[in-house]
Design a protein around this ligand. Structure first.
Ligand code: SAH
Length: 229
């Protein structure tokens, strides 16, 4: 993924100003964010905005998350390169690509088939092969592939979804997810040791809703979610 491209300077600046200066320090995460061509995950008319400090629309009322949030969530997973990781809410596939760079095997779930197809096409163009893409309700996880060493949820859940909690590895499995509603959400880190789940609340965030069985009913959420993460 290291072929030079016309966006490399913008990407280097993004890493310095938006990530390193704000406290992202995991060198593997910074390097991955420097390598992955974020502009390849948005529509061509938005490519010139791909390295800005904000989320962008990807269609279907969804957004590609702000670079800082992608980096922070990834850093909080403490990936070393050997983990099996579940991502819920693939969206554009950008976060998926970052995970593919940093770990052995990624499983991703997206409930909107058109987004899953677009994301799959972008990941294939870039040559990622350590990813399995599933279309379905990610709030229920992927029981057949569990346990996972790490789980990243890219949409806000009303509460920690039970199936995801139990699909986390019993030996230090880590999950990062936004919890809350359209008014208030926090990024939470969950660490499992056998049958104990330690939960740490970090920064306030703003994500689109997790729908599905352990998420929100789509009608509960306000209609203005297109500007969110
Ligand atoms: N990381 C993605 C974020 C996309 S926004 C990116 O940067 O592009 C969140 C995504 O979660 C949307 O694509 C939405 O369709 C998806 N989503 C919401 N609820 C879901 C569910 N229950 N199962 C799977 N995907 C879900």
């Amino acid at each position: 993924m290291s072929t030079p491209d016309p966006f490399q300077t913008l990407r280097d600046e993004m890493v310095e100003k938006q990530l390193r200066e704000r406290g992202i320090h995991d060198q593997r995460v910074l390097d991955a964010m420097r390598r992955v061509p974020r502009h390849m995950f948005v529509a061509s008319e938005l490519q010139h905005l791909a390295y800005r400090d904000c989320p962008l629309p990807i269609g279907e009322n969804q957004t590609i998350s702000q670079p800082y949030i992608v980096a922070l969530m990834t850093e909080l997973l403490h990936l070393t390169g050997t983990e099996r990781v579940l991502e819920v809410g693939m969206g554009s596939g950008y976060q998926t690509a970052i995970l593919c760079e940093l770990t052995a095997q990624v499983y991703t779930l997206e409930c909107v088939p058109r987004l899953a197809e677009q994301g799959a096409a972008a990941l294939a163009r870039l040559g990622y092969e350590n990813v399995e893409i599933h279309i379905g309700d990610g709030s229920q996880g992927l029981p057949d592939m569990a346990p996972f060493d790490a789980i990243l949820v890219a949409a806000a859940a009303p509460a920690l979804p039970g199936p995801l909690r139990s699909q986390l590895s019993e030996h230090g499995g880590r999950m990062v997810l936004p919890v809350g509603d359209d008014k208030r959400q926090y990024l939470e880190v969950v660490v499992r040791q056998e049958n104990r789940w330690e939960i740490e609340r970090t920064i306030p965030v703003r994500f689109v809703p997790l729908v599905g069985r352990y998420g929100f009913s789509p009608r509960v959420w306000l209609e203005d979610s297109t500007e969110d993460e």
